[in-house]
Design a protein around this ligand. Structure first.
Ligand code: BG6
Length: 492
């Protein structure tokens, strides 16, 4: 058997995309609450109000880099639909959803805790009702033997911190975040063992994700430095609270191949891949790598550090690397190379590979390649915490959803993961496909872009009764888990 007996099989979601209940149970507002829906090549919008009281909206680009003018505050407009407000209403359906996950045989479930549900304005006020909600969710999971895998921060920040402190550009936010993290680590120390600090730390940018009003390299990297310090402090603190905690980092892994063997293309791929490796170097090895320091010099980026920051970063290295893997791209110096959509950025088209309905390049072998490369470089356990196919699922007249394309995508990726374990000796802890139940797309704000094994009747015009139905992939994944990844055959 390729996978160990305690291999973690489950699924993954994020608060702002599935939880809903945005104004229930004392929750405060978060930056993502003022993000409208969008669509394929139709940007989501941030809605805001200026100092003069004038409403405005501004587009969020594919990297979710929303911008609002200095002095303006994020606001909800009464005439506008915000998909995350109800999302897929896990807030009221969690018992039903967890029962379905248990039926599939999940032994883990990756979810995030909402900062503004615990600390409504992001500061030192604690919302007991918010804590109780997650107590109930964790208890429900544990009753079925499902381990929660918790992301402490998935792409959002309390609106108050963005509006009043310019988000992560302020050093004070480190203390607020550590307070929030301490609150959840202590509260759930006997219920949750697996944690990740920041989702896809390597792509965080702009107002929606970081609360910053400028997105130039100086502002961005200063904000990232604050996040590194905050994360390292939380890792150290977590290990003090419970030495059995496994606390990981989380990165978006989108490997890039050189388009040709021209050394310039190869160098371009090195540059592209380093943009991700930088975050792993800091959080796993515990230092700022020389190639990044040189880049800072060239770009005139000066990170303000307090005495002791580098020691904090060094001491707070993570126990494992969690990462998302959906696609690969290619690197080229050719300005006319054909582009295609990508996860939070425009990618280049690989002539040897197909793309999904949303233009993302499908590359299962790429998963084996990155697993090997990351493991060789860092020698820590790896956890694939996101992988999946966003597709336009249809309900047939008999009520079924036949998502064979999703089965094929996941089968090929699980096969590649298996090869990395069996043939390359990579230590993989677990696999949690993304959006195991349909959720709102982060990039497009759509419900139409579905990833789940479970279909949720919720649509982009705000209609739908939130009822759940199993897709064909539901039984397939149940069989995969029951056989510990040995039986990947179709259920026909
Ligand atoms: C990852 C994010 O980048 O990709 C998720 O961590 C996101 O939040 C996922 O949902 C898929 O992207 P999208 O845009 O299809 O939802």
């Amino acid at each position: 058997m390729a996978f160990s007996k305690d291999f973690l099989w489950g699924g993954a979601v994020a608060g702002n995309q599935y939880e809903g209940g945005f104004q229930e149970g004392g929750r405060g507002l978060s930056t993502l609450d003022v993000l409208t829906g969008g669509g394929y090549r139709k940007p989501r919008m941030v809605t805001y109000r200026t100092k003069e009281g004038i409403y405005g909206e501004s587009p969020v680009d594919s990297s979710m880099t929303g911008k609002i003018p200095q002095g303006a505050v994020g606001c909800i407009r009464p005439d506008t639909f915000y998909p995350s407000h109800m999302a897929t209403d896990f807030y009221h359906h969690y018992k039903e959803d967890i029962a379905l996950f248990a039926e599939m045989g999940f032994n883990c479930f990756r979810m995030s805790v909402s900062w503004s549900r615990i600390c409504p304005n992001g500061m030192y006020e604690i919302n007991e009702e918010g804590l109780k909600f997650y107590d109930q969710v964790f208890d429900e999971l544990l009753q079925y033997g499902i381990e929660p895998v918790v992301t402490i921060n998935h792409f959002e920040m309390p609106l108050y911190l963005a509006d009043h402190l310019d988000g992560w550009s302020s050093r004070e936010v480190i203390d607020y975040f550590v307070f929030y993290a301490r609150t959840v680590l202590e509260r759930y120390k006997d219920k949750v063992k697996y944690w990740m600090t920041f989702n896809e730390i390597n792509v965080l940018s702009g107002w929606c994700q970081l609360g910053i009003h400028k997105n130039d390299p100086q502002t961005l990297y200063q904000a990232h430095h604050h996040i590194f310090v905050a994360s390292a402090k939380v890792v150290e603190l977590g290990h003090e609270i419970n030495p059995d905690f496994k606390i990981g980092m989380m990165a978006a892994v989108i490997p890039s191949y050189p388009m040709t063997c021209r050394p310039e293309d190869v160098m371009e791929a090195v540059r592209f891949n380093r943009a991700r490796e930088f975050y792993m170097d800091v959080q796993v090895k515990g230092y700022y790598p020389s190639y990044k320091l040189k880049e800072f010099e060239r770009e005139h980026v000066r990170i303000h550090m307090e005495p002791g920051d580098l020691e904090i970063i060094q001491k707070g290295t993570v126990d494992f690397i969690g990462f998302s893997y959906y696609m690969s791209t290619v690197s080229t110096t050719d300005p006319d190379a054909e582009q295609t959509e990508g996860n939070q950025f425009m990618a280049f088209k690989n002539p040897y590979l197909k793309t999904s309905d949303w233009g993302w390049t499908v590359d299962p072998l790429g998963l084996r390649i990155v697993l090997s490369q990351i493991y060789d470089r860092y020698h820590v356990p790896l956890f694939i915490v996101e992988n999946g196919l966003g597709a336009n699922d249809e309900i047939e007249t008999d009520g079924s959803v036949i998502d064979d394309y999703r089965i094929a995508y996941l089968r090929d990726h699980i096969m590649a993961m298996k090869q990395a374990v069996e043939l390359d000796g990579v230590e993989v802890m677990g696999y949690t496909p993304w959006g195991c139940i349909d959720i709102v797309s982060a990039g497009t704000g759509e419900m139409k872009k579905r990833y789940g094994f479970i279909y949720v009747e919720r649509y982009d015009d705000g209609t739908g009764d939130f009822s759940r139905r199993k897709k064909r992939s539901f039984d397939w994944y149940r069989k995969v888990i029951a056989s510990n990844g040995e039986d990947l055959s179709d259920c026909n």
